[in-house]
Design a protein around this ligand. Structure first.
Ligand SMILES: [Zn+2]
Ligand SMILES: [Zn+2]
Length: 131
């Protein structure tokens, strides 16, 4: 019997918590320049859950960015410790895009895709471990 996966996590200081009762509909790495700047890393590792299934406790701050597609992406982070956490996109109003390493158990992440590889950095190699 498979263990029950817990899609819950928190920021570095613990002021913001979240929990989703369903498995992500999508899990991926994103190597776009906006994710690189927002994470300070070569890519963001993200998963998508529905808003309805997800409870967020604590107040996030949001930074809005216009994507090339014309959509607005709101990057949610903890105003106290600055951890990037939960993002929203106007193109997908019913969904949340969560920064994976905020999970209590990030090992359950199963990315199936890498987006925006054209802006990847030469030192950022991704080995997809499919789940
Ligand atoms: Zn925090
Ligand atoms: Zn990105």
């Amino acid at each position: 019997m498979a263990a029950i996966e817990k899609w819950k996590g928190r920021c570095a200081c613990g002021a913001v918590h979240y929990e989703s009762t369903e498995k992500p509909s999508l899990s991926f790495h994103c190597q776009c320049r906006q994710c690189q700047r927002a994470t300070g890393n070569g890519h963001a590792s993200l998963f998508v859950v529905s808003k309805n299934s997800t409870t967020v406790i604590g107040e996030m701050a949001f930074y809005d960015q216009k994507a090339d597609s014309g959509n607005t992406v709101s990057r949610g982070f903890c105003p106290n410790c600055g951890s990037p956490m939960i993002n929203r996109a106007t193109a997908y109003p019913d969904h949340l895009v969560v920064n994976t390493a905020t999970l209590d158990d990030p090992s359950i992440f199963g990315p199936s895709n890498v987006l925006f590889t054209e802006s990847s950095q030469p030192w950022d190699h991704i080995d997809l471990k499919l789940k």
